[in-house]
Ligand binder design. Structure first.
Ligand code: NCD
Length: 397
């Protein structure tokens, strides 16, 4: 059944509200997320108790439409800013980062001393290859230095130190912190304790804003835009924090039709769906079958089933190979569809797809480093030599 055809931007005459109602009718809510943690149907910060939702660092209210025309009139400066979700940045600031990353890519030598004298701390309480190395390479390529730990077993947390105390300590050493932690909300707690900017490098199954910056840069370079796209997200939509961040942000740019492809057990959390519901120009469809919708997609964002967030290994083993993208499936896709994946992949993309020009996941890796260079230099307040801000450039053009 071509479920997607019945909904989304494909139904010209149907209003956004009606489309979303239709989407929900097609989605099967029975038994959805029964194995999921409580935050999947409520606030991702519910465990924090005394912290309010949304965090005060964000500029929006939960459920408030976030299309770019409703951006807050006053944006706060990038210098000194913590980035816990991309809601902490205005659309203009995100566009500026995309523009800076492009500049950095073509002016590597010129920017190589931008952050001389600066130090970045990477506090990684969870495994990582790309994200940590990319944060670190970004600072090194800007001329700064890096300290940190990879693996909580090496840090004082094993002696009982709180995140807040670790951040109060590390703030004395460095100019900016990137933190990854298995708990949703940990980066927010860190930012409140720190006296330097804190960048969320992934907090549990919640958000991963810098991966989204990499994703946006990849969409921008493939399509020349991040709007007017049909974006399929496939796999573990419950625990995949990159999916949550990407949806949150694309809703702010607007005009995106999401096709959410997952088994019932791994459907998108309610607070993320609420975000789409609150965005008049966006819609979503929930489906289980990739093949029946792949031909409709401009973007296919594949994700790994997040083994480490499962309560029960049998569930993981049953679900892990639900979707495997191979060349036979790619043959049914549009000739210019882009395949994204935050990586690491396990089985969900066959290696044969790597040679397909539509595979964009290793480009994403490069874009991740460039976007982190743009972000790190911006939050510490170091100007890129020779860089002309977007607005000034646009005014001259
Ligand atoms: C992702 C993550 O850590 O959330 N990886 C990454 O940062 N590039 C995705 C994943 O681990 O599956």
């Amino acid at each position: 059944m071509r479920v997607f055809r019945a909904c989304g931007v494909a139904c010209g005459g149907m209003g956004a509200r009606a489309r979303r109602r239709a989407s929900r009718r097609h989605g099967d809510d029975s038994g959805a997320n029964t194995r999921a943690p409580p935050w999947v149907s409520g606030s991702p910060y519910s465990w924090l108790g005394h912290f309010e939702w949304p965090p005060s660092t964000t500029s929006c209210m939960k459920g408030e439409p976030l299309s770019s025309e409703l951006e807050p009139a006053i944006e706060t400066p990038m210098v000194g800013k913590s980035v816990i979700t991309l809601d902490d940045l205005s659309i203009r600031q995100i566009r500026e980062l995309l523009h800076k990353a492009q500049y950095i890519d073509s002016h590597r030598k010129e920017v190589a001393h931008t952050c001389e004298g600066r130090v970045l701390a990477t506090l990684f309480y969870e495994p990582s290859t790309r994200t940590r190395l990319s944060f670190e390479t970004a600072m090194l390529r800007l001329g700064g230095k890096v300290i940190g730990f990879a693996g909580a077993q090496l840090a004082s947390v094993t002696k009982g130190e709180t995140i807040a105390d670790t951040l109060k300590t590390v703030s004395n050493y460095v100019d900016v912190v990137a933190i990854r932690h298995p708990k949703e909300g940990a980066a927010l707690v860190a930012s409140r304790a720190a006296s330097v900017p804190v960048i969320n490098a992934g907090d549990g199954g919640h958000m991963h804003p810098t991966q989204t910056l990499a994703d946006l840069a990849t969409l921008q370079s493939r399509f020349g835009r991040v709007t007017n796209l049909t974006v399929g997200l496939c796999g573990d939509l419950t625990f995949g924090r990159t999916v949550h961040s990407l949806i949150e942000t694309l809703c702010r740019f607007g005009n995106v039709n999401f096709v959410l492809i997952s088994p019932d057990e791994l459907k998108t959390p309610r607070y993320v769906l609420d975000r789409i519901d609150a965005t008049p120009s966006c819609s979503y469809t929930e489906v289980k079958d990739l093949v029946s919708v792949i031909g409709d997609l401009d973007v296919l964002y594949m994700t790994r089933v997040q083994k480490e967030r499962f309560f029960n290994e049998d569930d993981y083993l049953r679900l892990r190979d639900t979707y495997i993208l191979d060349e036979a499936k790619m043959a049914k896709a549009k000739p210019d569809m882009a395949v994204l994946h935050p990586l690491p992949r396990v089985n969900e993309i066959a290696v044969e797809v790597d040679d397909d020009p539509r595979a964009a996941y290793f480009e994403q890796v490069k874009n991740g480093m460039l976007m982190r260079m743009a972000l790190e230099s911006s939050v510490v307040g170091d100007e890129l030599p020779g860089y002309e801000p977007l607005e000034a450039k646009e005014v001259q053009a």
